[in-house]
Design a protein around this ligand. Sequence first.
Ligand code: GSH
Length: 664
Amino acid sequence: MGLLSLGTPLPWEQTREYAEHVRTEGIEQLIKMFKAAYARTGDGYLWGDEVEYTLVKFDHGRGLALLSIDKDSVLADLNEDGPLAQLSVDNDLNFHPEYGRFMLEATPLAPYNGDSLENYLYVERNMNSRRSVAQTAIADGTIKPLTITVYPLMGINTFTFPSAVANGEASQSLFLPDEIINRHARFPTLTANIRKRRGEKVAINVPLYKDTNTLSIDESIPKGRSLFKHDEEPELGAALPGHIYMDSMGFGMGCSCLQVTVQAPNLNRARYLYDSWANFAPLFLALTAAAPVFKGHLADQDVRWNVISGAVDDRTAYERDVKPLHSDGAFGGMTDEAKARAQKIPKSRYDGIDSFLGDIQNDFAKDGEAVFKYFSPELNDISPPINERTLQRLAQEPQFDPVLARHFAHLYVRDPIVIFEERIHQDNDDETDHFENIQSTNWQTLRFKPPTQQATPDNKSVPGWRVEFRTMEIQLTDFENAAFSIFIVLLGQAILATDSNWYIPISKIEDNMKRAHHRDAVLKDKFHFKADINSPTFDTVELSLDEIVNGCDSFIGLMALVKKHLESRFGITGDDLSPKGTHARIYYYLELISKRASGELPTAAKFIRRFLLDHKDYQHDSKITARMNYDLLNKLNSISELGEDVRQLLGDDIGNYLINNPKA
Ligand code: GSH
């Protein structure tokens, strides 16, 4: 995430009074952004990745691996004047805050140039520097910045260092102390305002992995606490039998991911890229699966996505179309005015995208009618709710065709969750906070990012039209994170270069998102996929990830597509892409993805699950002990440092190569 607004966040009771103001002004800002940047074109294929780290404190004497929650001062050290900030800049790095006090996020300081081959090789080196600079800043060898998607014992017994008690006002969680939340006031306020708007605590129920001694009740739920009104919710039906029950934002936003953002040449191409990439969001969630355990229990799924989705779900019972837990609570913390306009909202703010943007070919502002190449409105077949006022306002502006207007009108069904007192009144000619407030708390699988009012066609010093790919789970090594980011970015570049027809009905992409959650989806599931990317129809077939990535009768495969692109765009041939070739590193990146898709190499989720199931202390009850967690995190740390163990995750071929060539 980017820079944080500074100031005083308003509690929900005040925030909700400004919801309509933020929406109205946010749309005015968006219109000004579009007017400024609409005609901008010819932008380079710049991109960046974001890596999230979890700080783990190893207490080797006691055999514990705890979440470190008192080292967050390193973020200030890495950003404010001083030797560590200088080290960060010298290494071309930028460190950002994230939800957890135990988290760091890091990006390259300046974007990579996707048109330069050398720049692709620089990605992993930049990731190496982030890890080592973070370690230098932490200045304590017992604390490691690990790239794990989920910390296995989150919310079980004493899991933080220093220890803290779950009794905080912000989350009111039965499991998570507020001391795990980033100290910046935005985050506790987000947590509290989500709860207050919903009128209940969030309730996340992840299916429990069933082993021979597994009980169907979640025994970790404390009984009889009466500190807060919400304490009774598990008994009122919030906790489902056969599930791992979690009740706080930190369970989701405390998870880590790998995101990439690219800049498209112009608005129309960004819309085409967004729509084409939509197919790959579920597929790369399944391929990068790394989250088989939550709150000390093995889950019957492999990924974090629906956990975060539930963790920030601020919809009231009425909006979710369910019976409220508290008899008078159907409308949660909505104002009377908001209640009168309330509508059913089928999905959380953190969820799959609901509509395509359309591969528009012409200048809508000039022609008044949108011409699409492949897209057809019937592909948007899930009819998400929209904010009618937003739709009508955008319809008055020549830059917004109906498909695009509906996209923003859909994002604008949400309320702002945090407003800073000092930022209520803004200059719409120059500022974007109100627009971003709603836009950046719509955490969807992809994000379409319009540029600011400064991004006029001739001002290339500020970014242009961008698309963010948000589903991938963070991988244990920099090698894997570089491989997956580069693959997605090259795929995007190949898509833009070849202009094929990737469109399938959006409801099928939504269905793929559900399938991507399944345990071992890579091996066991099939996914809806375009029957023929050279055909104008939208027919689909069901293919395994192996078939999609490595090819089959009906599809040449993403791997072949990316290799063809590497040859036509950068002149890299098959000989260069070999263990002894000039581009051995890229060869091994592609090998990793190919072997993950075929199942020859396990996903991190499968590897972690197997390690825990095989652990000598495991009682076949789906529970993780402190010792199992310690042994697992030691193993994962050794893998991330490219120790001998790396072969267990990445196989002998890639493992040996990495041990001999640790640097890209
Ligand atoms: N860690 C998350 C994941 O695994 O998907 C993604 C990060 C995220 O969405 N962070 C929240 C945020 O608002 C922090 S509460 N980020 C800024 C943004 O999305 O613009």
